[in-house]
Design a protein around this ligand. Sequence first.
Ligand code: ACO
Length: 307
Amino acid sequence: MIGKICGTGSYVPVEYMDNHELSRTVETSDEWIRERTGIVKRHIAKEDTTVSMAVKAAKQALTDSELCEEEIDLLIVSTISSNVILPCTACEVQKEIHAINATCFDLNAACTGFLFAYNTAQAYIAAGMCKNVLLIGAECLSTLIDWKDRTTCILFGDGAGAVVLRAEKGNLYRTVSCSDGRKGTALTCDTGDYIKMNGQEVFKFAVRQVPEAIAGVLKENNLKEEDIAHFILHQANRRIVEAVARRMNVELDKFPMNLQEYGNTSSASIPLLLDEMNRQGKLKRGQKLILAGFGAGLSWGASVLEW
Ligand code: ACO
């Protein structure tokens, strides 16, 4: 058995901050941010929390899936920004949506988190341990940002995305999944502190490893670039996505982006994009997609998903 996505949902706070507004608080400009990152604005939680955003995205995904909350038997939240250390965000979401039959846990793998959570869900389903999974990426990164540090505060935003996976007969694709703790200092956030990053190192790492991971996952599954309808990359930076497309020699049209609207929402970025594309009717049954994540750890990977 494999997990097929049968519902998607997402939520971002209504409040947002555009580049012009940001340039009134730190020395930067709309032009600089757009040119270096492609980001135009980011949504920032005022009243919302990681849990409340996750709940709103989850409810939408459940409605879209036509499953009811009691049918969910595994609930995973990928996040680096839970409201509290205990209880985990997944249990808090469970309480709010009444998914009383679910086993719940959080997964922390930064911007690769949603991908690793997706793989975890597939493994649970393949092992016969569960049938219906609610998978959420939710982040309130505005609480982890030093708003006086122009090298990081321009990049990140808040939001949540969710998918429901239902067990069906089907082809279980092989994945590429990697971590390298030796390079962890490139992107850190100490307890009680803010996100710190060596931007250029992260940039180089992403541009090198993501095409390699995608090439690896294509090979593992005997697929070619032309078999893939969309390459859904973690939405960190427009220049990273463009560089990956260039290195792979694949047209940029196959790399959808919404980072201009949301900034980098870490583990929420892939499900946010999936939900947007689903609602816009851009995803057709039977299409093959590749999900690719990369981020702190360092960690990265790619998986094939059949819509
Ligand atoms: N506005 C204006 N100037 C700035 C800003 C800013 N917001 N930030 C830095 N600068 C300045 C620097 O001080 C530097 O000035 P100097 O030349 O006088 O020293 C100059 O701009 C160039 O700085 P660089 O750091 O070399 O700029 P770069 O082209 O590398 O762009 C950026 C920085 C956008 C962060 C880039 O390195 C990048 O995109 N890295 C990838 C990081 C990323 O996406 N991280 C997300 C986390 S990864 C994940 O998602 C987990």
